[in-house]
Design a protein. Structure first.
Length: 216
């Protein structure tokens, strides 16, 4: 059963959302915070919600997402042009990605956006993947897992945990020693805008009790 949404005081810092002291205290005490605006984190499938996603390749032994990162970015860009949404945080690993989106006011349709992103990316790749009989009958490719993980962000602490998880994910999977060493991550935007220090992650302790939508 979902909890009632709580208010979170946020301001935009050139595209980066700066949170209240609850987030500041769990990252770095020097971050600037404003109380000039407020938003409410709403329930899943209610207009203007904020969501965490995990999206996986069907074959997790492949590295299609980083090998074809330009094509993935172009697919995301085209969908954002026609179906706007704000990317609060994102990381792309070889075989899966994590993202936090905030939809526009009055909008609930993240499933269509993901379907368009997946389809746009798939069209740019040659048909070399295994395609099951059921997918073939439906005219589907075999690049993405059909389902994906979605979590409704409930409050500022929930937001903070998921942003941290996104930025630490390349370290968790052993690709780099520091979050900032991974190229395909929104942590560089957070650092550039002064929202996180360049060495963030040195003292981060992953919260494995939380479900993230990916294999351990």
């Amino acid at each position: 059963m979902r909890h009632e949404p709580q208010h979170s005081e946020i301001k935009k810092c050139a595209g980066v959302r700066k949170l209240t002291p609850a987030y500041v205290s769990c990252l770095c005490s020097w971050r600037c915070v404003s109380k000039s605006s407020m938003r409410t984190y709403t329930r899943a499938f209610t207009p203007g919600g904020t969501f965490f996603f995990t999206v996986n390749l069907a074959d997790r032994s492949k590295a299609l997402l980083t090998n074809y990162i330009v094509e993935l970015r172009e697919s995301v860009r085209k969908v954002r042009d026609t179906h706007p949404f704000h990317i609060d945080a994102m990381v792309v690993l070889p075989e899966h990605l994590h993202a936090i989106w905030t939809l526009p006011s009055g909008d609930t349709d993240y499933p269509s956006r993901w379907a368009l992103i997946k389809a746009g990316f798939s069209r740019k790749l040659s048909k070399t993947e295994h395609i099951s009989v059921s997918r073939s009958k439906k005219g589907e490719r075999g690049i993405w897992q059909r389902r994906y993980w979605e979590h409704q962000i409930r409050d500022e602490n929930d937001f903070a945990r998921h942003v941290d998880y996104i930025h630490y994910n390349p370290v968790k999977h052993g690709y780099v020693q520091s979050p900032c060493d991974w190229a395909h991550s929104s942590i560089h935007r957070f650092v550039r805008e002064g929202c996180l220090p360049p060495d963030w992650g040195a003292d981060y302790i992953p919260m494995e009790s939380t479900l993230w939508g990916e294999p351990a």
